[in-house]
Design a protein around this ligand. Sequence first.
Ligand SMILES: CC(C)(COP(=O)(O)OP(=O)(O)OC[C@H]1O[C@@H](n2cnc3c(N)ncnc32)[C@H](O)[C@@H]1OP(=O)(O)O)[C@@H](O)C(=O)NCCC(=O)NCCS
Length: 179
Amino acid sequence: MLRPPETFTTARLSARPPQAGDAPAVFAAYASDPVVTRYLSWKAYEEVPPLEEFLAARAETWRTGTGHFGWLLHRRDTGDLIGSIGVELHARDALFGYVLGQKFWRQGLMTEALGHVVDWSLGQPGIYRAWAFCDVENPASARVMEKAGMQREGILRRWHVCPNMGPEPRDCIVCAKVK
Ligand SMILES: CC(C)(COP(=O)(O)OP(=O)(O)OC[C@H]1O[C@@H](n2cnc3c(N)ncnc32)[C@H](O)[C@@H]1OP(=O)(O)O)[C@@H](O)C(=O)NCCC(=O)NCCS
């Protein structure tokens, strides 16, 4: 079974698996901010314990080798926890998702992280497609996908529920890099 590397570094970032004990730092960095979670599939956390449970489940993926492999991202210079990125590995494709604390936006940091993991995935013999999607009203995310080397393929209509935006599935921009 294909597994991503547990840790990686880029010019400005280091990445590692999460642990339940990271919950207070993750809560403070991004998970409690409703502006950050607006277009995500989860609502901002109002308290730390449920986030602890979520991170414990994410940590479990690294032990079992199946599920959504998530990394916490830190700035290498300051050590700050800035966000997270994750991948689901399917038979022939890798699907990415990512989130960054507001104060770290617009510095090219997520482009740096996404570009790295996209290239890792397409370096694996069985993976032909690295892809992601974002809400049609989330242009920063669409731009990150393009800057990370993916091409915009179109709109997945009625694809994803953003609980912060209402109960119905919303249209999403889909981008991919293939080999
Ligand atoms: C999407 C997100 C990860 C981007 O991270 P980031 O590190 O700020 O991204 P980068 O700095 O690498 O690139 C952002 C690009 O989007 C552009 N951008 C930012 N806000 C924009 C907006 N409102 N409209 C159009 N473009 C925008 C920036 O100008 C930049 O492009 P440029 O370099 O060509 O100028 C971050 O905004 C975030 O965490 N958002 C909340 C969570 C989220 O939506 N995650 C994605 C779910 S699909």
